[in-house]
Ligand binder design. Structure first.
Ligand SMILES: Cc1cc2nc3c(=O)[nH]c(=O)nc-3n(C[C@H](O)[C@H](O)[C@H](O)COP(=O)(O)OP(=O)(O)OC[C@H]3O[C@@H](n4cnc5c(N)ncnc54)[C@H](O)[C@@H]3O)c2cc1C
Ligand code: FES
Length: 286
């Protein structure tokens, strides 16, 4: 990943240029699983505009690079939460930033989950691995507005029990009436839950497919099969929202790095409806 244009990270002036990172201080750091950490970031000067669930920021580890990371949560004090899984150099540098350290943030960018589309209907969230991160603030919002929905379901898949994110939150949501189903690819001695992929447990959630809106995030292959399975259960593809992942550089539609079909994931996505995404999911990343 390339680095953004160098700029003074000491400035407390409002930043109008979407290519210029705004300095945020790491004020909290929480280990979430084997290789995943949640950072709480506070603006050192002017805060960026509030992001909506589903949108993403570009996080810059100075001297290493910049990558897209979804909004994980927003604090009432202007802080943002970002949950990052270590897969390479930039994610490792971000996760390794100590409390008190500085990260550059640009955004928010992209499209948001359309939770309003689920109003008066069942809302089903389906997450694979770190895909639970962008869904988390939307699930929290749905739980807070539970009486607006016929029912709420959350289906989460992970590689192993240790990779399941936000266990406490999943338990809280379950206690508040959400139908929570978890499954893992490989169990361990302590695991007595489901083993298998999310598509195998979708039908455990009690819902009316014709009155269901689904929000799905995970690896592309998981989203493709989940959309197919939901369609098989009777959910319209136009009622399924997916969050596409492509490598990004500018995040503002200039560099063409995230081009997919006739559009750019950074502008037209990441959240798109499955009927629009279906042909795109067959396009390999460059
Ligand atoms: C819109 C959007 C939102 C995202 N939100 C989050 C988020 O909230 N939390 C989070 O942890 N990640 C998120 N990602 C993924 C994150 O941007 C990548 O993991 C990151 O760019 C990897 O950069 P790197 O330099 O650490 O690793 P790289 O050196 O770029 O990659 C290292 C290895 O990991 C592989 N890899 C890269 N990206 C992924 C990926 N997404 N999944 C699986 N393997 C990958 C590469 O092919 C390579 O083999 C998001 C991506 C997009 C496009
Ligand atoms: S990241 Fe540059 S066009 Fe989307």
């Amino acid at each position: 990943m390339s680095e953004p244009r160098p700029t003074s990270t000491a400035s407390a002036m409002p930043v109008a240029d979407p290519m210029v990172p705004t300095p945020y201080e790491v004020v909290g750091r929480r280990q979430e699983g084997v290789d995943t950490v949640t950072l709480t970031l506070a603006p050192t000067g002017s805060a960026l505009p509030t992001a909506r669930p589903g949108q993403f920021f570009m996080l810059w580890a100075p001297g290493v690079g910049e990558v897209p990371i979804s909004l994980g949560g927003t604090g009432s004090d202007g802080t943002i939460e970002e949950t990052i899984r270590v897969v390479g150099a930039v994610s490792r540098a971000l996760v390794g930033t100590a409390v008190g350290g500085t990260i550059g943030v640009r955004g928010p960018f992209g499209t948001a989950w359309d939770l309003e589309a689920a109003s008066g209907r069942h809302v089903l969230f389906v997450a694979g691995g770190v895909g639970l991160v962008p869904l988390r603030p939307s699930i929290a919002e749905a739980v807070a507005r539970a009486d607006e929905f016929l029912g709420i379901g959350v289906v989460v898949g992970a590689r192993t029990p240790a990779d399941l994110l936000f266990g406490d939150l999943l338990a809280d949501w379950g206690r508040s009436g959400v139908q929570v189903v978890t499954t893992v690819d490989r169990g361990d001695r302590a695991w007595h839950g489901h083993i298998g992929v999310v598509t195998e447990v979708l039908d455990l959630v009690d819902l009316d497919p014709a009155a269901t809106t689904a929000l799905v995030c995970g690896p592309e292959v998981m989203m493709r099969f989940t959309a197919q399975a939901l369609e098989g259960l009777g959910v319209e593809l136009s009622d399924v929202q997916l969050s596409l992942e492509r490598n990004m550089k500018c995040a503002v539609g200039h560099c063409g790095h995230c081009q997919l079909g006739g559009g750019f994931v950074c502008l037209d996505g990441p959240v798109v409806s499955a009927d629009r995404a279906a042909p795109l999911l067959r396009v390999r990343e460059r």
